[in-house]
Structures are given as structure tokens and as C-alpha cells.
Unconditional design. Sequence first.
Length: 204
Amino acid sequence: MLIIGLTGGIGSGKSTVAEYIAQLDVPVIDSDRISRELVVPGSPALGEIAAAFGPEMILEDGTLDRSRLRRQVFADPQQRRRLEAILHPRIYAEMRRRIQALDTPYCVLVIPLLLETGATAMVDRVLVVDAPESLQRQRVKRRGGMEDETLEAVLRTQLGRAERLRGASDIIVNDGDLTHLQRQVSALHSRYLALAARPSPEKP
């Protein structure tokens, strides 16, 4: 099975691309969704987060105050690494478990920090969703829920556009309309099916 790692900067359109891929009956394993599942009330990961960052990170209903935690960890690289040490091993273990359960020509792993965390060993190809940084900022601000200061901190933790593109096996440019985006996804789908049919799929 060919394993595609889907990545891109914040506001690049990774989620939209993942939705279009899923509509083609391709399994999509999203690290952000797994992260949310790992921190449900009563979970070991949530307990570790509360111990590491304080009980104020837990809301009255027992759920994680994601906005508060995000502000705190992106303001301090050491705290961000602390959070990653709690979540990343669990996330990648669960992704591997789900991959093992699949029987399909190819699957897609959505990992925003794929290149930054060196997780490329998990995948055969790296698909980067690319957009100008100014457009990324506009999209994040339109959807709301993140302060400007936090957005800038997130951008600083991610690779720059040029460096990210250098790590790509394939690129989707998301700076136009949704029809154009869907055409790119469809073309890549055909390419991935062809690559998956080969005895030894290409590596990045």
C-alpha cells in the first residue's frame, strides 16, 4: 500500500484537500482528529497534560481548554516540546495501528508538522498543500478562533514556504477556486493509483 503524507502550513487548505480525497473513497487518517480523541475526559493523555500544564487547562465539563493550551505552548518552545512528548508518540502509534488495518491501493496521513517532526519515515510520498503566506493568514482570520499573536507563533514553528516545498514529492497549489483544487486532487488520485499498482512505489 502506498502511504501519502499530506502536509502544509496553517490555513493552506489541508482539511479541504483531505475531504476531497476522502470523497474518492481513499482512507484518510488525520493526526489532528486522533489528537482530539486522545484527550477526551478521563483519558491518560489528558491527565498527563493537566499534570504538566496545570488543572486550569481542564474546563468545567472535563474537556481540554484547547485555546488556552495552544496560546501557552506556542508562546514557549520548551512547553510546546513538552506537549509534543505527551501526544506525538500516542498519535503516531495510533496512525500505524490504523494503517495496519487497511487494505487499499493507497491511504493518506494528514500530519501538519510532517516535515518539521521528521515523521517522513512513515510515508512513501509527501504531498504539500501550498498557498501564499498572506492568503494563509486571511483564511485563518476568516474562520476565527485564533488571536493574531498565536497565529504568528504558529507560523514561526512551521517551515517556511520555500523549505516546505523542497521537501515535497507532490504539490497542490491552493490559491484559486475550489474547482481548480478538485481538479488537482483528481489528477493526483489517478497518479497515486498508478504508482500503487507498481511493484515498488516511488519514494520521495
